[in-house]
Design a protein around this ligand. Sequence first.
Ligand SMILES: Nc1ncnc2c1ncn2[C@@H]1O[C@H](COP(=O)(O)OP(=O)(O)O)[C@@H](O)[C@H]1O
Ligand SMILES: O=C(OP(=O)(O)O)[C@H](O)COP(=O)(O)O
Length: 419
Amino acid sequence: MATKKSVSSLKEGDLKGKRVFIRVDLNVPLDDSFKITDDTRIRAAVPTIKYLMSNGARVVLSSHLGRPKGVTPKYSLKPLVPRLSELLGVEVKMAGDCVGPEVEKMVAEIPNGGVLLLENVRFYPEEEKNDPEFAKKLASLGDLYVNDAFGTAHRAHASTEGVAKHLKPAVAGYLMQKELDYLVGAVSNPKKPFAAIVGGSKVSSKIGVIESLLEKVNILVLGGGMIFTFYKAQGHKVGSSLVEEDKLNLATSLLEKAKSKGVSLLLPTDVVVADKFAADANSKILFRGHWLEFCKGMIFLIVVPANSIPDGWMGLDIGPDSIKSFSETLDTTKTVIWNGPMGVFEFEKFAAGTEAIAKKLAELSGKGVTTIIGGGDSVAAVEKVGLADKMSHISTGGGASLELLEGKTLPGVLALNDA
Ligand SMILES: Nc1ncnc2c1ncn2[C@@H]1O[C@H](COP(=O)(O)OP(=O)(O)O)[C@@H](O)[C@H]1O
Ligand SMILES: O=C(OP(=O)(O)O)[C@H](O)COP(=O)(O)O
């Protein structure tokens, strides 16, 4: 991929008084009371915004949050305004929409060095369809375009790709550049053995990536919500765990492909199951053929030999046997890329697998292994245990970093002007 023009090539003369439409990825995790639980992506967006502000630009910030279907108040970007204002040192104004006359009026009122945050761009289905008319409407809010949303660069959406066709120049922000510089270097010629750990809940978008990963890695470790599609494909009972029914054949062929390529593909041998998706769910572990039940912090052994998840129960974390075997395998690696938590780490009961893998990777970093963590929730999990600064690279993009690793060109990058 050709080197792309950078925001650093734009000077005060290019920026002063200009409306800069900047796409950032502020898709941060929020708790039930809309408190930001990890602000990594907001902090990562700050250098480019500050650069534009200090050169007198009028900054129009655009982002998505979550995957809303139409206007959904729970996915409003409003809760982010105080933290964004604090980090930027200005009062960030917020528009109630991302296109339309009201927004146009607010954009016209942005002073030099001021910032306006647009409402969630995914409130419009046209965004994900990369609708040309919608892209044009977004483009009408800026004189030039900066894309700093590395985490969304693998999506060809109106605000990440379509809009670049209408604004000149269309350049990469500092975060985008930093991510590409590090990741392209690290994954084009990785030190081997090279392992990928893939978990999380975006099964349908990430299971496809596994096929290409099998061409690149020596070891593939699967955890999180990813595993049950594989279990089910092998004929195991998965209870009410997360499963992508239409990916069962793909899962079978991936297992076969791993075998034929000589890639060691590790699935968890034990899982923590819960009777509902909740912090206070009843839970137990299928451990070496026995169910271990949690009870007020203690574990009781219930001698019920079993080798499958019973109906009405769902797998929400990997178990102790898996942690041990994953850790032993990771000890043999020289490069590890990790995307997707091993379990529902947001609930304490199901955080052990993710925390153990985070600790293992931090330990390996200290021994010279290259460790790359990507993805909003994976990074949040590593931050939660205070180990982010121990890793070689914390990437703001999970899917985006995996697609880069596959050797794909990211549409959000491709659309930018060449240097
Ligand atoms: N077994 C599981 N079942 C359902 N959800 C899971 C499971 N394991 C992990 N998750 C969820 O996956 C989410 C993160 O997935 P994903 O978005 O793919 O990761 P990232 O944001 O790091 O790319 C977390 O919110 C976590 O609770
Ligand atoms: O969180 C994101 O991706 P990630 O979970 O792969 O890191 C990005 O904001 C992209 O979101 P999307 O996967 O809903 O397009």
